[in-house]
Design a protein around this ligand. Structure first.
Ligand SMILES: C[S@@+](CC[C@H](N)C(=O)[O-])C[C@H]1O[C@@H](n2cnc3c(N)ncnc32)[C@H](O)[C@@H]1O
Length: 166
């Protein structure tokens, strides 16, 4: 077993309209202003990022309330289903790191404006990476334990998975 403490420092802050409730996953056409404020000492590190249409946003999920068994989670959008934390996108995990893929709209100085993000306002930003066609999109990806029966079912279930009221 590796025993070590790892210290990360935020490289910025994520701004969203959400204070207590956010979608479970990013909603591309979500209403409101979403932007990432990168610390000014990292502005040079944004060079070239504007050329990408999508980015990975990696953040620290800083306001979690204590839960029971860290290994088992119950997805909030489905009844009576329990899965292992590493087979889920639950925020309640041993290392509460979140990963969201969003559309990059524009960069102005140290602000990156994006499509909807699934985080609370002022969530600490850990990293940004470009999302690259072919490297990151796997055309043979499957749905694991998520049960889609048909196309209509899939569209509807996706609204539940993302936490979009409908
Ligand atoms: C299910 S997680 C998914 C995050 C990311 N898309 C992922 O897959 O890693 C998103 C949920 O985390 C919670 N959340 C977002 N920001 C948070 C924060 N700063 N502290 C605590 N919980 C947060 C909200 O309840 C939101 O619905």
């Amino acid at each position: 077993m590796i025993k070590m403490d790892i210290i990360f420092r935020p490289i910025g802050i994520i701004h969203t309209p959400y204070t207590e409730k956010a979608p479970y996953q990013p909603v591309t056409n979500d209403k409101g202003i979403f932007y990432i404020e990168v610390q000014t000492n990292y502005i040079k590190g944004l060079q070239g990022l504007e050329k990408f249409r999508y980015i990975f946003v990696i953040f620290y999920i800083d306001r979690l309330k204590k839960k029971g068994d860290i290994n088992i989670v119950q997805p909030p959008w489905v009844d009576n289903m329990k899965v292992g934390v590493f087979a889920s996108r639950s925020p309640h995990r041993p290392n509460p790191i979140g990963l969201s893929i969003v559309k990059l709209k524009k960069i102005e100085d140290n602000r990156i404006y994006t499509s909807g993000l699934d985080v609370f306002n002022n969530t600490p930003l850990l990293d940004i990476k470009p999302y690259i066609q072919d490297l990151d999109a796997k055309i043979d990806a499957n749905y694991g334990w998520l049960q889609f029966n048909n196309r209509d079912d899939k569209e509807h279930l996706l609204l539940h998975i993302k936490g979009v009221p409908h």
